[in-house]
Each structure stands twice: as C-alpha cells, then as structure tokens.
Design a binder for this molecule. Structure first.
Ligand SMILES: Nc1nc2c(ncn2[C@@H]2O[C@H](COP(=O)(O)OP(=O)(O)O)[C@@H](O)[C@H]2O)c(=O)[nH]1
Ligand SMILES: [Mg+2]
Length: 369
C-alpha cells in the first residue's frame, strides 16, 4: 500500500468511527405509573432537566422520546393504566426496538408489572428494576431511629422477594435528589454492560457523572475522541495558521472541544442542573469555570490562539507514542501533534471541573446529615 492509500484508508476509518459515535442512538423504555419518579430518574441519569417533573401525565404517544443527545427515553405508562388489553402492550409501544427497559416503582412491583417483566424477558430484553425515592424512606426511618443501612437492606430484601424467580438484569434503589448515592451509578454501569460497543460509547458520553468509575470511562472515551480528531486533523490540514508554517482544520478542533465538553457534562444546561442541587456560592464558582472552558476552547479565535502557543514548542516525534493506533504516517505530522496536545489540555481542564462538580454533589448528602 502506498503512503497516500494508507492515509486515505485511515481517513475513511476515522471519519466512520466519528460518525458512528455522533449518530448512535440508544432507546431506553421507562415504564411505571404516574408519580413514581420516572421523569426525575431520567433527569438524574443525564444530569440535566430534560423531562418535566410532577403534575404531567405520561404521554401515550409512541415514538416521541425524551432525548439527551443520543440517549433516548420512552416514558411509558404502567401496564395497569393503559386502556387496551395488556397483551398488546409490547406491540403497541414497539418495545422490541428498545435497547433496554427500566421498570420503575416507588414502593413495590404489582401483578401487572410482573406480567410485563415476564413478557419482556421472553423477548430477551434487558430489564432493570428501579425503586425510586429511597431518600424519603431513609429519612422517614431515621426519624424512628432506624439506621440508613437497615432501611436500605430491608427495602432491597423486600424487593428481591417481590421479584423472586425473575431473571432481571438488576434491582436498584435510587434517589433523584442524590444521584451520586445509592444504586444509580450501578444501574448505569449495568445498562452500559448490556449495550453493544458503539452504543456503549454514546451512553458513556451522554450520562451524568455519578461515580469515579463513570468519570474514568468518560476519560477513556474523551481520549479516544481526541485521538480521532488528531488523526483527522493530520490528514486534512486546511487552514494555514497565521504566523505559523502549518495548516490545521480549526473547525475540527472546536468540534473536538464540544465533544470533550459534552462528555464531561459541562454544558450550560447540565451545569444549571448541578447548581440547583448544591450550595449557591459553590454553584456560581463552578458555573464560571465551565464557562471559562468554553471561552478557552470552543471559539475559532480561541483555538487559533492555542494553536500558536502549542506550535511554538513543537516536539513532533513525541506524539506517535501516545496514539499508536493511527500509525506513523500520521502521528508524525504537525497537525496531529497540535490537535492531540490541545485535546489533552481540554481533557485535563474538563476533568478538573467535572471532578469539582462531582465532589460538590457528593458532599450535599454529608452536609445534610
Ligand atoms: N425525595 C424524592 N422525591 C422524588 C424522587 N423522584 C421523584 N420525586 C418526586 O416525586 C414526584 C413525581 O416525580 P416525577 O418524576 O414527575 O414522576 P413521574 O410521574 O413518574 O414522571 C415529584 O414531586 C418529584 O419531585 C426521589 O428520588 N426522591
Ligand atoms: Mg413524568
């Protein structure tokens, strides 16, 4: 293979990889009676207020998901509240197209829920059973001098009994007010494991940071996305940088920045969601840091500035060892080096803010006690 062919094949592959990541869709059914906390659960999963909480009845419209980028939720009424025979439930809501189903209750699962679980398992659908509002139950028991651990264990054991004999993917106790506590992050880990490789990437990018483990997965993904952009930047350097004897595709760099920002949940809406939960002073500081990330990395002028800075101290040879998968022909180019080194800075900055966000959310429960 000639060098040109090698590069053209690589470009195709990188473009295809990025396209798959950007366009992947995950369809997740959320089933439960009105008021059990479905909308709140959706919001806690994505770390953004995308579903209306309270008052609003579940829609009966099929095919209209509540979407957060590629992560699509289908908010569906429980089996007991539908006005057609329950035998038609799966067909009516086109459930076989879903990637997974989360069955939600705020107390226990009833006969109709169990019927649905059976039907879902028959079609090999991954099914996750969630018991919401665990914070309510714990607070209530604490007032009666029953410890948090005891309440948690009792409720979990009751649910295990309730769901005995059903081969579910898991049972989870969650609180929408404390997304970093209890079983939400385990639920996300398990949904992740049930997905194929491309959807796994999409899922990691689109979920809230509810544990250190998820943060680590996000870092791995961000590195991969930076690697792809650096490779693409090497094969299509188009905008000459004023004052530097090189060309780099600026829009590719800003696009990379938006991906890193989104993966680390630093968009305005996600920062607002965090602000609503943590103390106001801290919220302001963190929101300002997220805005700074945007100013530093997401505009054309800002990127040109970064390129000039990075270009001044070029050490091209060192780039290839960080991203061996793109091959020597590419990883030894200036475009690759500049893009990957700016990408690494983006990840470092985003990771630092995301960690502060995570710690702030983690501390609200401790402060309450
Ligand atoms: N304390 C607490 N309240 C919750 C939780 N989840 C939902 N809620 C409250 O329960 C009510 C119904 O929640 P919503 O998400 O709209 O339920 P949906 O009808 O199933 O979508 C709202 O007032 C929520 O604030 C939770 O985990 N903890
Ligand atoms: Mg709702």
């Amino acid at each position: 293979m000639s060098k040109n062919e090698e590069i053209s094949n690589l470009e195709k592959k990188l473009k295809a990889d990025l396209d798959k990541f950007e366009t992947a869709k995950i369809k997740c059914g959320i089933i439960g009676r009105s008021g059990v906390g479905k909308s709140s659960l959706i919001n806690a999963i994505v770390g953004e207020h995308i579903a209306e909480v309270g008052e609003v009845e579940t829609t009966m419209e099929v095919g209209k998901p509540i979407a957060h980028r590629g992560l699509n939720f289908y908010d569906l009424p429980g089996c007991s509240t539908i006005n057609f025979p329950k035998e038609r439930y799966l067909e009516e809501f086109q459930i076989s197209n879903f990637d997974c189903v989360i069955l939600v209750t705020s107390d226990r699962f009833y006969e109709d829920d169990l019927y649905l679980i059976d039907e879902l398992l028959k079609i090999k659908m991954p099914v996750f059973a969630v018991r919401t509002k665990i914070d309510f139950s714990i607070d209530r028991a604490l007032r009666r001098n029953i410890s948090e651990e005891e309440t948690y264990t009792t409720i979990l054991n009751n649910l295990k009994d309730n769901l005995k004999g059903y081969r579910l993917n898991g049972i989870y106790l969650t609180s929408a007010d404390y997304p970093q506590e209890y079983d939400l992050s385990q639920l996300l880990d398990d949904i992740y494991s049930s997905l194929g490789k491309i959807k796994q990437q999409r899922f990691v990018a689109d979920i809230n940071i509810t544990s250190q483990k998820i943060l680590a997965k996000k870092k791995e993904l961000a590195n991969k996305i930076v690697g792809i952009h650096a490779g693409l930047s090497a094969v299509n350097g188009i905008n000459p940088i004023p004052g530097l004897d090189i060309g780099v595709d600026i829009s590719l760099l800003t696009r990379m920045g938006f991906h890193v920002r989104d993966i680390y949940c630093l968009g305005e809406a996600q920062q607002d969601f965090i602000s609503a939960l943590i103390d106001k002073k801290n919220a302001k500081v963190l929101a300002a840091k997220a805005v700074q990330f945007g100013t530093k990395y997401l505009g054309k002028e800002a990127v040109i500035l970064l390129l000039k800075k990075a270009g001044a101290g070029i050490a091209v040879k060192s780039a290839s060892k960080y991203f061996p998968f793109v091959g020597m022909a590419i990883s030894s180019t200036v475009g690759f080096f500049l893009t990957s080194s700016i990408g690494k800075d983006m990840i470092k900055d985003a990771e630092a803010i995301a960690t502060e966000n995570y710690n702030a959310l983690k501390s609200i429960k401790i402060n309450r006690q």
